[in-house]
Design a protein around this ligand. Structure first.
Ligand SMILES: Cc1ncc(COP(=O)(O)O)c(C=O)c1O
Ligand SMILES: N[C@@H](CCCC[NH3+])C(=O)O
Length: 414
């Protein structure tokens, strides 16, 4: 396949057998490929070429320490949205000087933590946050490096829940107010204005919205230069989509080349915040069929994995490829793949043509991003194990939760 997204090929090829991993570690289970993670990160980094840049992997996509560590060893930066994510990055050996901090609701404590660790930049999302950050930096007798996140009001053409760059979304500072907030930021004693950023949404499959957003940001950069405010970087956010089915998002080379070209003569370091493009197709979710069941006009494969383990189908009606791990002699029939959770929305796939019997393993593909990271304990289900395949070896990078861990910290009344 020519595309840089390798569809977790590694996990099904040579080295490690998915069936053996499932047998040894139980199901449901997430399995990641180190080689694929590295290849995706490098493909992204190489795509930007020699233009000064920093790839800040979006930790929210998959925050497993081993995943972060693999990327940190390549020299990756990180895009974080909480103090918890920052702590994970440090724990995984990431460099705080390559961290950008996004999010509309940073707390005072998170600002202190990030300032003390010396992060690269705060992506500030409102005037109120800017004023608060100035006070926190003052109290620590330092200056906070800041980029202002601008809401460029472009339609990313993606699912409404994961579109972030429209006027009605909560994210960023409105373009109409941008100059005024930059002027204020430049005047604040404990703020160091570094850059501008945007992030218009996730799973984008067209280039145009990225370019539209970039053009609007560059217009602002030029107006700021005229006002005497010189920026050193432009952060284009994340959002590059991946093929879950037969989508054809732009390859990173095409995407990056188009953005670099738009910069023209401007001397701005480019920052990227890819999450899904690095991690999604470096992971699968493996689940076992418990029972087959037939109602009047529906056939169900009831599996041991559920919406608490993999939320995307229930939350966004997201479609992810489901394939049997081993060949079966059973007849191919249409199944809804559903989990044990007591919700009608608990499905992993609908109306899938599959040849399966009870006991078979199914692999849900493209689960390396927003899979485990969005999992929960709903229905008091322990969170599943995460495994990373590295060459011919499979490592447990997170153990399956034990039942007793589920009520840790809970107290009975006296
Ligand atoms: C600010 C920010 N940066 C980066 C990302 C990563 O997005 P994606 O995983 O689509 O690359 C997100 C999530 O959408 C985000 O909100
Ligand atoms: N969690 C979403 C993406 C949201 C990205 C975070 N801003 C998904 O699974 O597609």
């Amino acid at each position: 396949m020519d595309h840089f997204i390798y569809q977790d090929q590694n996990l099904f090829a040579e080295s490690c057998s998915v069936a053996e991993i499932a047998q040894q570690h139980g199901t449901p289970v997430y399995i990641y490929s180190r080689a694929t993670l590295e290849r995706h990160w490098r493909a992204f980094d190489d795509a930007v070429g020699t233009h000064p840049h920093l790839i800040c992997y979006a930790v929210k996509a998959n925050s497993n320490l081993a995943v972060l560590n693999v990327l940190a060893r390549l020299g990756s930066g990180f895009d974080i949205v909480s103090g918890g994510e920052l702590a994970r990055v440090i724990e995984a050996g990431g460099d705080p000087k390559k961290v950008v901090f996004s999010g509309v609701g940073k707390t005072v404590e998170e600002m202190q933590q990030a300032l003390e660790l010396g992060i690269y930049c705060f992506n500030v999302e409102s005037s109120a946050e800017l004023e608060q950050l100035n006070l926190v930096a003052q109290s620590l007798n330092t200056k906070a490096p800041v980029s202002l996140r601008i809401n460029p009001d472009v339609d990313a053409g993606t699912h409404p829940y994961i579109s972030t760059g429209l006027k009605e979304n909560k994210f960023g500072i409105a373009m109409e107010e941008a100059e005024q907030v930059f002027v204020r930021a430049a005047a604040l004693s404990h703020i160091d204005v570094k850059g501008v950023d945007c992030h218009i949404g996730s799973q984008l499959t067209e280039l145009k919205p990225f370019l539209d957003a970039m053009d609007r940001l560059l217009g602002l950069v030029d107006r700021l230069t005229a006002l005497g405010i010189e920026l050193s970087h432009l952060d284009v956010g994340g959002g590059l989509g991946v093929p879950y089915d037969n989508e054809t998002p732009p390859a990173p080379q095409v995407y990056a080349a188009a953005l670099v070209e738009r910069l023209g003569e401007r001397k701005l370091t480019l920052i990227f915040e890819p999450g899904r493009a690095i991690a999604a197709n470096a992971g699968i979710f493996v689940t076992q069929v418990l029972y087959l069941k037939e109602n009047s006009n529906k056939r169900f494969a009831i599996v041991d994995g559920a919406m608490n383990d993999l939320l995307r189908p229930a939350l966004y009606s997201a479609w992810q490829k489901i394939i049997p791990v081993q060949q079966s002699d059973a007849a191919t029939q249409a199944f809804d793949i559903v989990g044990p959770v007591c919700e009608t929305g608990d499905f992993l796939g609908k109306d899938r043509q599959l040849a399966v019997v009870a006991g078979d393993l199914l692999a849900i593909r493209s689960c390396g991003a927003y899979g485990f990271a969005m999992s929960s304990n709903y229905n008091s289900r322990p969170r599943v194990a995460e495994i990373m395949v590295d060459g011919s070896q499979a490592f447990v990078v997170r153990e399956r939760e034990k039942r007793q861990q589920l009520w840790q910290g809970e107290q009975l009344l006296p």
